[in-house]
Design a protein around this ligand. Structure first.
Ligand code: ADP
Length: 383
């Protein structure tokens, strides 16, 4: 009965050893193998665990320096009597493959409390290590490309600033010779009015008009180049005050065109750059008045508060913009009408777009039921 239960017990132990996912081995005091489980036997290139008995690490198919290291740790554990658990080590197999192991070694004590050997177990963590390496490499690659991006971005920002300075400086410098041409054309007309025939005087008028137009263009390029990013924080702005001040500036053209301007703006402050929002509304209202041939010109400004942004709409009952041009006209100098029909340089809307972008928003156009245009733009609430 006792015999039977003992052999049952042995059987069970064998089953455990065969099925345990770890590699298990035990050695005597001289690091000579006394036994192992099936996993270990296979890793050692053996058919059966029994074949391990009497062998040492130099008999097994791993590199000599690995065997040296295993025996060194064996010695340390057995001399100190202290287990070493979960340390990482490597194993180079005879096929040249490197394996990563996480190993524990425990001293085995005999009946008289003397150390008689060592029990070792390990798990193969090569796959995990390879994954870690892949992750580490991709994290490094990511951080490298991130650094590259940051660098490129800085270069781009600098190039932008340089370009703005260049545009500013050249347009500024262009004004001087232009003033000279205009001045001498006027002088020429004044001094030689009796000596010049009608055609010559007409040519001088062309020169003067060209100078004036060029001067307007330069002024607008200058204003465009001034709308760069600003360092100062956005203020809390009462947009009603902004509009009132802009309508005062626009008063002459409003009265002359007999335009009605209605507005309904937030009563509480909005975070934005006050001057720039002023320029934005000014340009959109001016366009609504300018490109308008209705008998009763009308411009309406409305708003909608959304979760993360404000939406503003500037509607007019003007000449409208065909849908195929509704993106194009935000490009600098893009105009849809003949110069003598409506004045302007074609820079206003590109300035508007820049201002909106600097407020982390979008600007776009739709047509309305009066055949006129709706300009819609958003500005972020998280500035
Ligand atoms: P500008 O007014 O100096 O010509 P903008 O950049 O403000 O320049 O406008 C570009 C063009 O877009 C205008 O020349 C005009 O053809 C068209 N446009 C702008 N606003 C309107 C509008 N409210 N209604 C119809 N056309 C418009």
């Amino acid at each position: 009965m006792y015999q039977k239960s003992l052999s049952q017990h042995d059987n069970f132990l064998r089953l455990v050893m065969e099925n345990i996912p770890q590699f298990v081995f035990w050695k005597d005091i001289n690091s000579i193998y006394l036994g192992c489980n099936m996993n270990f036997a296979k890793r050692a290139g053996l058919e059966h665990p029994k074949e391990i008995i009497g062998k040492n690490d130099y008999d097994l198919p791993w590199a000599k320096q690995d065997a040296d290291f295993y025996r060194l740790v064996d010695r340390r554990v057995m001399d100190s009597g202290k287990a070493e658990v979960n340390f990482e080590e490597q194993q180079r197999l005879s096929n040249g493959k490197d394996k990563w192991l996480i190993t524990s070694k425990i001293p085995l004590f005999g009946e008289d409390n003397q150390i008689v050997g060592i029990l070792g177990t390990y798990e193969d963590i090569t796959h995990r290590k390879e994954m870690e390496l892949v992750l580490k490499n991709s994290a490094e690659a990511l951080s490298e490309s991130n650094e590259r991006l940051v660098k490129l971005n800085t270069q781009l920002e600098q190039a932008n600033i340089d370009l703005e300075h260049f545009a500013y400086a050249t347009s500024h410098d262009l004004q001087e010779p232009l003033r000279m041409i205009g001045g001498f054309a006027t002088l020429l007309k004044k001094r030689y009015i009796d000596k010049l025939d009608g055609q010559a005087l007409e040519y001088i008028d062309f020169i003067t008009k060209g100078v004036m137009r060029m001067s307007d263009l330069i002024r607008d390029v200058l204003s465009y180049s001034r709308i760069g990013p600003i360092d100062e924080a956005h203020q809390s702005v009462n947009l009603n005050e902004v509009i009132i001040s802009k309508l005062a500036d626009l008063q002459p053209i409003i009265s002359q065109s007999n335009t009605q301007v209605h507005y309904l703006l937030p009563t509480h402050p909005v975070k934005c750059h006050s001057d720039r929002l002023g320029i934005l509304f000014y340009n959109l209202i001016l366009n609504g008045i300018k490109f308008n041939q209705s008998a009763n010109p009308l411009v309406c400004i409305e708003h909608e508060e959304r979760e993360h942004e404000w939406l503003f709409t500037v509607k007019d009952n003007g000449i409208g913009i065909e849908s195929q041009y509704q993106d194009l006209i935000f490009k600098p100098f893009k105009r849809l009408n003949k110069r003598n029909e409506f004045s302007g340089s074609g820079v206003g809307l590109s300035i508007c777009k820049r201002i909106v972008n600097l407020h982390q928003g979008n600007i776009w156009i739709t047509s309305n039921e009066h055949g006129g245009t709706n300009f819609l733009f958003t500005i972020s609430k998280n500035l």
